[in-house]
Design a protein around this ligand. Structure first.
Ligand code: FAD
Ligand code: MLT
Ligand code: ZN
Length: 511
């Protein structure tokens, strides 16, 4: 049993592989272009108009020219395919507004003409929500990336929805603040996309979800009405909290154009521990010990199984800082007093090692080493796609049943899968069950679904812990939402988007 702070070999992958690289892989033939969504899934196009040359001319007049209205096939391919390569639409136009007024003009026109639209942020979504199903017009928020204000006194950041999360993190750091959300896709995802999916991520265990951190939003409705729901105060109990309708509604109720968000103070003392454990039971008990011993300084608590680590180390040529174990945990602490935090961490590690829960580990507070440890975890998603195709399940489960499903699925799909792995945010009871294989196959798909969702529902889990419903899970929403709730959701959609033009075929089950 050793507790060592070791030098990690410098990683060959110094920067997160940009999501755009994935799209370049399609262009270069290294990745197979997925089948059209309408061919892989039984779905009927809604009664929307088709985009005409006259519509394109109108968009050009709203956006002031051609360069913000993309129509060339090679330019728009990346906007039609999702990050996973699981769905593909065939939109013929991508619009790039720069202001709320332009978004409003576009939606007003599309609503009158009954043209369906698909709002898109960084296109890192994992449920097929960010790309068109058929020929919906893509409204990309890429150019809406202004940071309006970061106030170090109140901790409030105000920005447009198309700001990239990592850029906001860097700017917030300069003011002694951090973003309340962090995720592996931070180099590409937009904060507006984060709100629209109510993304969870690696810091939720500490800062809670976006319903708590977001103070206000500005959103444009399907009919082009601008809703100013911006608030710069933590406390504002004036009637219904309408902003929450846009957090997590995945672009089906409106387009988020601006937001204000509370950024906590950056911690002076950050430590990362990477631990080896021999069973899921030990992982669970180590999590409990972390909560009890680390208390308020616990800022991340992640579980990684052996195959998940094997995947990121293999595909990205990374080196694990410890020997091989059946399970690993990545625990991060963030606090304001180095001596106090180290004492707590040491006590926690000593006690879990004495009890035989943790078998080996490494702890570091050096930024480069911490980043290298985080890469082992954050690159799991990308690495599994490198196997060819990856079925992703993002479920909330009671901790007593947390890992059993990985074993059950492994048994069920047998050699059809390359890997069946389990990792995720154990601190939030959120498991990422991933099944990789050489390419998409309907045989393995049928073995996985609805099995995974029925299993999850039987233990009263959630069929989508943090990624949302998008296109891929609409059929399975019923496993987590009762009919009365589904009815109210449908009624709300009808009220806010009477022509159903906003991100159709997403979230709500198709009738
Ligand atoms: P997109 O993918 O472009 O869109 C997602 C959805 O939001 C779509 O339905 C789209 O229509 C809608 N949308 C986007 N912008 C707007 C807007 N301004 N107004 C209205 N609707 C909009 N997710 C997590 O929750 N936790 C994680 O830890 C996590 N890690 C990830 C790691 C990797 C490597 C990857 C690839 C993805 C990860 N994700 C994670 C999923 C994804 O990054 C998040 O869902 C993210 O919030 C999506 O942001 P985006 O800007 O890419 O949105
Ligand atoms: C993560 O936590 O890494 C993300 O949610 C992506 C994934 O599920 O792989
Ligand atoms: Zn996650």
């Amino acid at each position: 049993m050793t507790l060592r702070s070791i030098l990690l070999a410098p990683s060959k992958l110094l920067q997160r592989r940009g999501i755009q690289n994935l799209y370049r892989q399609y262009a270069s033939g290294h990745r197979e272009i997925p089948a059209l969504t309408k061919e892989r899934y039984p779905i009927k196009r809604g009664k929307f108009s088709e985009v005409s040359d006259g519509d394109i001319a109108r968009f050009e007049s709203i956006l002031g020219g051609k360069n913000r209205v993309l129509t060339a096939t090679e330019e728009i391919q990346g906007y039609n395919i999702d990050y996973l390569g699981s769905v593909r639409g065939f939109s013929r136009v991508v619009l790039k507004p720069k202001s709320t007024e332009e978004v409003s003009e576009i939606l007003k026109y599309c609503n009158e003409r009954k043209l369906a639209v698909c709002p898109q942020g960084g296109n890192t979504g994992l449920v097929g929500g960010s790309v068109p199903v058929f020929d919906e017009i893509v409204i990309s928020l890429q150019l809406m990336d202004k940071i309006e204000k970061i106030d170090e006194y109140s901790g409030i950041l105000v920005c447009q929805a198309g700001c990239v999360l990592e850029t906001l993190e860097q700017k917030a750091n300069e003011k002694g603040l951090v973003m309340p959300i962090d995720l592996g896709a931070k180099g590409s995802c937009h904060v507006g996309g984060n709100l629209s999916t109510n993304a969870g991520g690696l810091r939720l265990v500490r800062y809670g979800n976006l319903h708590g951190s977001v103070l206000g939003v500005e959103a444009v409705t399907a009919e082009g009405r601008v809703l100013d729901l911006m608030s710069n105060f933590k406390k504002d109990n004036t009637g219904y909290h309408l902003k929450h309708l846009f957090i997590g509604s995945e672009g089906t109720l409106g387009i988020i154009t601006r937001l204000s968000i509370f950024c906590p103070t950056a911690s002076k003392s950050i430590n990362v521990a990477f631990l080896g454990l021999d069973s899921y039971e030990s992982v669970k008990n180590t999590f409990l010990a972390a909560k009890r011993n680390l208390g308020e300084i616990l800022s991340s608590c992640e579980m990684i199984d052996a195959l998940s680590l094997e995947s990121s180390t293999y595909h990205f040529n990374l080196q694990s800082p410890i020997e091989k174990y059946p399970f690993y945990m990545l625990i991060e602490t963030s606090g304001s007093n180095i001596a106090h935090d180290e004492e707590k961490l040491t006590n926690f590690l000593e006690s879990t090692m004495e009890k035989g829960l943790v078998l080996d580990g490494t702890v570091t507070n050096e930024p480069t080493k911490m980043r290298n440890i985080w890469k082992l975890r954050e690159l799991i998603a990308d690495s599994l796609i490198n196997d060819g195709y990856c079925f992703k399940y993002d479920i909330s489960l009671p901790l007593d049943n947390f890992y059993d499903i990985v074993l059950a699925v492994r048994d069920r799909v047998g050699p059809l899968a390359t890997k069946v792995t389990g990792y995720g945010h154990i601190g939030d009871s959120n498991l990422h069950l991933n099944v990789s294989c050489p390419k998409y196959g309907s045989e393995i798909h049928k073995l996985l679904e609805p099995f995974v969702y029925e299993y999850t529902s039987n233990v009263r889990g959630s069929v989508s812990a943090e990624h949302g419903i998008g296109f891929l899970k609409t059929k399975y929403l019923k496993y987590s939402k009762r009919p009365e709730s589904l009815l109210l959701m449908t009624q709300l959609k009808g009220l806010m988007d009477p022509n159903g033009i906003l991100n159709p075929y997403k979230v709500l089950p198709q009738v």
